[in-house]
Design a protein around this ligand. Structure first.
Ligand SMILES: Nc1ncnc2c1ncn2[C@@H]1O[C@H](COP(=O)(O)OP(=O)(O)OP(=O)(O)O)[C@@H](O)[C@H]1O
Length: 248
């Protein structure tokens, strides 16, 4: 049983036989994965294969209907809603397909939000946010409002917000979806370079080949299950605990 196993120390995130269904429609079924500290893991698969659902389960937004998720050895699936919210605020960063910046705030205020919400002094939050905007090559836009940014710039601002508090793990759910090809490659490179230089683990969902190429390993999903978990595949257990067939 997953509950009797102990997550390995090397894994910052560890999921065992995770099942989640959205009001009856299948989301993911029997996904197990370990993510090592500082690693970039790609979760790939076609539309509707369960990538977003898995990221939501790993980040504590959703509680699996069955199976469990551990972060730093803590069983996230047993925590209450408030504790999971705190965990997401303090230890995780999130960037999705839409930048979701607050239009009435400046770019630096948007980037600083995780620090401000956590009670960091205004001046420190501003300095740190501006350092991240500089690092992501949009320092000159710090005082602008999101409405004045291109999509690529807005997505970089969202990336700064995901990284500003130097979380343990950044979840990036198709962060390049709104971008053109050249911008996509640039954003992925920026994300992984920044995360690697700060020891931040990345779980990156996407369906393009560029997603897998960016990552250290890949977990391909199909219909909510690990795609490589056919008969005889590694991890093809009766519980369906197939670990991600990790290619690297
Ligand atoms: N809120 C929801 N209500 C009902 N069904 C949902 C909901 N969210 C996801 N699903 C279903 O769960 C399955 C997995 O969806 P999910 O969004 O996790 O896949 P995905 O791989 O991220 O897809 P995409 O690439 O389109 O974002 C799909 O069949 C989807 O229709």
């Amino acid at each position: 049983m997953y509950a009797m196993e102990a997550p390995p120390d090397s894994d910052v995130l560890w999921a065992r036989s995770v099942h989640y269904s959205h009001d009856g429609s299948p989301g993911i079924a029997g996904v197990s994965v370990g993510v090592r500290r500082g690693e970039v893991l790609a979760v790939t698969g076609p539309r509707g294969s369960g990538k977003t659902t898995l990221l939501h389960c790993l980040s504590g937004r959703l509680v699996p209907r069955d199976g469990g998720v551990w972060f730093d050895g803590v069983p996230v699936h047993t925590l209450g809603a408030l504790a999971r919210e705190r965990l997401r605020r303090d230890r995780f960063g999130w960037i999705g397909p839409e930048p979701a910046l607050l239009p009435e705030l400046t770019v630096w205020e948007n980037a600083a939000l995780p620090l401000l919400v956590a009670g960091t002094a205004h001046r420190t939050a501003r300095r740190t946010a501006c350092e991240w905007l500089d690092r992501l090559d949009i320092g000159g836009l710090a005082r602008k409002r999101p409405g004045a940014l291109t999509r690529a710039e807005a997505q970089r601002a969202a990336l700064a917000r995901a990284l500003v508090h130097e979380p343990a793990v950044v979840f990036a759910d198709e962060p390049t979806a709104p971008l053109h090809r050249a911008e996509r490659a640039m954003l992925l490179r920026t994300l992984t370079t920044a995360a690697r230089s700060h020891g931040i683990t990345v779980v990156l969902a996407g369906h393009g080949e560029d997603t897998a190429a960016t990552a250290d390993r890949s977990l391909p999903l199909l219909d909510g299950r690990p795609a490589a978990a056919g008969p005889g595949a590694p991890g093809d257990t009766p519980e369906g605990q197939a670990a991600c067939s990790l290619s690297a």
